[in-house]
Design a protein around this ligand. Structure first.
Ligand code: TRH
Length: 384
C-alpha cells in the first residue's frame, strides 16, 4: 500500500450509515486542500459512497486524486510515514492497529486528532481541546469538537461560500438552470418552496396537510432516498425516483435526483423552507439562512432529544417572542418528542418567523470559528 512521500494529513473515515460521515470528511478534505494547501490522504472503508456526493468521483476501484486529496480504500496495510503530519480519526472510527503501532514507532509521530460529532450541548465547552493519552501506545489524542460557539471547533464553512451564494441568488439564469436540471419548474410568484431530506418521520403527513391549507401554492422537493420511500408509504403514493410527482390541490410533491454537495447547497439556498437531518445538511441549511426544520439522527433511548433541545436553546433567542412556542413545538414533534401540539393552523406564520431567526443566527455563526481552520491552528500549535 502506498505511503505518500510529501507532507500530508491522513483522514480516516468509516461509513456507519447514510452520507454524514463521508459528507463531513469530503468537505473537510476539500477545504484543507483548496484553502490551506494541505495534501490529504482520505482513507474510507466504502469509497463507493463518495460517488453520490462528489460528482467528480467516478472510479472507486482505483486510487483517486482530486486537488491535493488522494482517496484510498481502508486497509490494514496502510502506514504513516515521516511525512504524515496529522492523523484525523473522524468520529472515533478506530484506525487500523498496524497503522497506530507504526505511528508509535516514528521518532516524531503525527498529531492524532479525534474529530467528534457536532453538538450544540453545553458539555462541548468542557471537552473540546482536551488531550487523552493512549494507554498502550503512549501517544496523546487531541479531541476537537465541532459546535456553535467559540468554546468549540466551530462549523465547516468554505471561505467563498457567502460569495457563491450571493452570486447564485442574484443570477436568474443560474437559478432557472438549476431547477431545469432537477426537472422542476421554478417557483411561481408567491409560492412556498420547500426541500425535504430526512429519515422516517410519522409527522410528515401532518405537516404536509397543514402546508396544503396554506393560501400559497406549496411545492415540496424531495431528493431520492429515505424520505421519498417514507412519504410514499405513509401517504400511499407511488413516489420512488426522480421525476415522480404528486399533486393535491395547491400542494405538490416532486422527487428530484440526489445531487452532489455543491448542487445540494444551491437547492437549499433556493428554498423558503429546508427540512434537513443529521449533521452536515443541518450546517448547510444554516448557511443557506432559510427557515429550517431539523431531524436529528435517531438514537437508542431517544438520546437525540437532548441534541434537539440544545439546538433549540440556541435558535429560539433569535425568534420573535410570539413565535417561540409554535416553533419549538414544531421542532420537538418533528423529532418525535412530546409536549404541546404544534399550531397546525399557524404553520405558514411559524415558517416566516423561522426564516428571520435562521437568517439572523447565520450572521452570528458566520463570525464564529471555522472547523477546518480550527484543526489547522491546533496542528500548528501542537506540532511547533
Ligand atoms: O446522511 P445523514 O443522515 O448522516 C448521518 C448523520 O451525519 C449522523 O450524525 C451520523 O451519525 C449518521 O449519518 C451515521 O445526514 P447528513 O449529516 O446531513 O449528511 C448528508 C450528506 O449528504 C451531506 O453532506 C449533504 C449530502 N447531500 C448531497 O450531497 N446531495 C443531496 O442531494 C443530499 C440530499 C444530501
Amino acid at each position: 500500500m502506498s505511503v505518500p512521500s510529501k507532507p500530508h494529513w491522513d483522514l480516516f473515515c468509516r461509513v456507519v450509515d447514510n452520507f454524514g460521515d463521508i459528507g463531513v470528511c469530503w468537505r473537510l478534505a476539500r477545504i484543507l486542500a483548496v484553502e490551506h494547501g494541505i495534501a490529504t490522504r482520505l482513507v474510507i472503508d466504502r469509497p463507493e459512497i463518495l460517488e453520490k456526493i462528489a460528482s467528480s468521483y467516478k472510479d472507486y476501484s482505483k486510487t483517486y486524486t482530486y486537488s491535493l486529496i488522494e482517496v484510498v480504500r481502508w486497509s490494514d496495510s496502510i502506514r504513516p510515514s515521516t511525512d504524515t503530519c496529522v492523523l484525523v480519526e473522524v468520529f472515533a472510527c478506530d484506525p487500523p492497529a498496524p497503522y497506530l503501532a507504526a505511528m508509535a514507532e516514528l521518532a516524531r509521530p503525527p498529531l492524532w486528532i479525534n474529530l467528534e460529532y457536532l453538538s450544540a450541548e453545553s458539555w462541548v465547552a468542557g471537552c473540546h481541546g482536551l488531550l487523552s493519552r493512549h494507554p498502550r501506545l503512549g501517544i496523546d489524542k487531541l479531541f476537537m469538537i465541532p459546535g456553535f460557539d467559540h468554546a468549540s471547533a466551530g462549523l465547516l464553512r468554505e471561505s467563498s461560500l457567502d460569495e457563491q451564494r450571493r452570486r447564485f441568488l442574484s443570477d436568474p439564469e443560474a437559478r432557472a438552470a438549476m431547477w431545469c436540471r432537477l426537472g422542476v419548474p421554478p417557483p411561481a410568484p408567491g409560492e412556498l418552496r420547500a426541500s425535504l431530506f430526512g429519515y422516517e418521520n410519522p409527522l410528515v403527513a401532518k405537516l404536509l396537510e397543514a402546508l396544503a391549507r396554506d393560501p400559497r401554492p406549496v411545492t415540496v422537493v424531495v431528493p431520492e432516498g429515505r424520505s421519498v420511500a417514507d412519504l410514499s408509504r405513509r401517504l400511499g403514493l407511488g413516489l420512488a425516483r426522480a421525476g415522480d410527482a404528486w399533486r393535491d390541490g395547491s400542494l405538490q410533491l416532486r422527487v428530484v435526483p440526489f445531487t452532489d454537495q455543491d448542487a445540494y447547497d444551491r437547492l437549499l439556498w433556493s428554498c423558503d423552507l429546508n427540512m434537513v437531518r443529521g449533521e452536515d445538511s443541518l450546517v448547510r441549511a444554516l448557511w443557506a439562512g432559510r427557515a429550517m426544520l431539523w431531524q436529528a439522527y435517531p438514537q437508542q433511548d431517544d438520546d437525540h432529544h437532548a441534541k434537539v433541545e440544545a439546538l433549540l436553546d440556541r435558535l429560539l433567542p433569535f425568534l420573535e417572542p410570539a413565535a417561540v412556542a409554535d416553533a419549538a413545538a414544531l421542532w420537538r414533534h418533528w423529532n418525535g418528542m412530546s409536549g404541546r401540539e404544534p399550531a397546525w393552523t399557524r404553520v405558514g406564520r411559524t415558517v416566516g418567523a423561522l426564516a428571520s431567526a435562521v437568517a439572523a443566527w447565520r450572521q452570528v455563526l458566520g463570525k464564529g470559528p471555522e472547523l477546518a481552520t480550527s484543526l489547522v491552528k491546533a496542528a500548528a500549535s501542537q506540532i511547533e
